[in-house]
Design a protein around this ligand. Structure first.
Ligand code: ISE
Length: 338
């Protein structure tokens, strides 16, 4: 039974906590930490075996915690990963690995120095059945080489503090990791274009929508539309154009309604619910790997987190320069070759 410590029980952290307690086999949460102590205590109240530990570093060092789930504020991920690596504990870290490529590199170097792969990064789409099927089709080669991919990442509404930086490091980062994984390639160039901004943008520092353009080492081009106040629903799209055909991510199956001379299908604004199945599969894979004393080969590694951070750094640079920026990635070290 894997004994897990969860750092951060905001909206997503609470769902991960409940998932680990009620859905995932062979794991239990023994401790929880959060800057909002009263809220965390409410979350764990129905589970008397779970302790609240105010200091996250203390939680990481706790002898009754074998593995750490990091779902705290983005800027804390790097510090908690470094401490958990020091303690030799397994880590599930939500993205991003660090707020910067330099920080992510520090985590990668620390993991390599420790000699054991301990970090799984929370790029959940790698476990989503629809994305997996899309990848299998592309990788099979039956449609020929992929040439272009069009992605859209739309959130219904975001709080006022969401700005251009988070649009890249919190939202576009999913498209960046997913497309690198799906096409088995890495990016060499990045550019961000700002179309006319929607009146629904709540922050003067948020261009909404924005278009991220990425070029891979083989010359494939990815267009990723990032629109975090689209108003209507959580909507994720992906179409890959290959030499001999196209492959498109399916829409979630919903009831088809006909009424008053109209015809519609429902959608949801709940991104966590949209990917619930992927999260469940992702967490079970992590727990199984930890219990087996190894890492999950299907999951994103710290290196993948570093690659995503290098790419997001280039996107942030392009937001300011308006230019195509180089993505300075180096070869995957042997340590991260499966
Ligand atoms: C959030 O952090 C996520 O991970 C969601 O999947 C994404 O849709 C959202 O834009 C991010 O802020």
């Amino acid at each position: 039974m894997l004994r897990v410590g969860v750092i951060g029980v905001g909206a997503m952290g609470t769902q991960h906590f409940l998932r680990l307690m009620n859905v995932i086999h062979d794991a239990t949460v023994t401790a929880v930490s959060d800057v909002f102590a009263d809220h965390a205590k409410e979350v764990i109240a129905p589970y008397p075996g779970v302790r609240f530990i105010a200091d996250p570093i203390e939680l990481i060092r706790d002898p009754e915690v074998d593995a750490i789930v990091i779902v705290s504020a983005d800027k804390t991920h790097e510090e908690f990963c470094l401490e958990a690596l020091k303690q030799g504990k397994y880590i599930f870290c939500e993205k991003p690995l660090s707020a910067s490529a330099a920080g992510a590199k520090g985590v990668v170097d620390a993991e390599i120095a420790g000699g054991k792969r301990l970090i799984q990064l929370g790029f959940n789409r790698r476990f989503d059945p629809a994305y997996k099927e899309l990848k299998e089709i592309i990788v099979s080669g039956k449609l020929g080489a992929p040439l272009v991919a069009h992605c859209a990442h739309r959130n219904a509404n975001y709080p006022a503090q969401y700005d251009d930086v988070v649009a890249v490091t919190g939202t576009a980062i999913h498209e960046i990791d997913t497309m690198a994984w799906l096409c088995g390639d890495y990016f060499t160039k990045a550019q961000v274009i700002f179309p006319k901004t929607s009146r629904h943008s709540k922050n003067e520092n948020l261009h909404d929508p924005q278009i991220v353009l990425l070029t891979t080492s083989s010359g494939m081009v990815v267009t990723a539309e990032i629109w975090v106040n689209c108003q209507y629903a959580y909507d994720i799209r992906c179409e890959v154009l290959c030499e001999d055909g196209t492959a498109t991510l399916p829409r979630h199956a919903r009831v088809d309604v006909c009424t008053a001379n109209t015809h519609y299908t429902g959608m949801t604004s709940d991104g966590l619910g949209f990917f619930a199945e992927a999260y469940n599969i992702e967490f079970q894979a992590w727990v199984d790997a930890c219990n087996a004393g190894t890492y999950c080969k299907e999951a994103a590694s710290a290196w993948d987190g570093y690659c995503a951070a290098v790419t997001t750094d280039s996107c942030l640079k392009s937001q300011k320069s308006g230019l195509i920026e180089a993505v300075p990635l180096t070869d995957r070290p042997d340590f991260y070759k499966d």
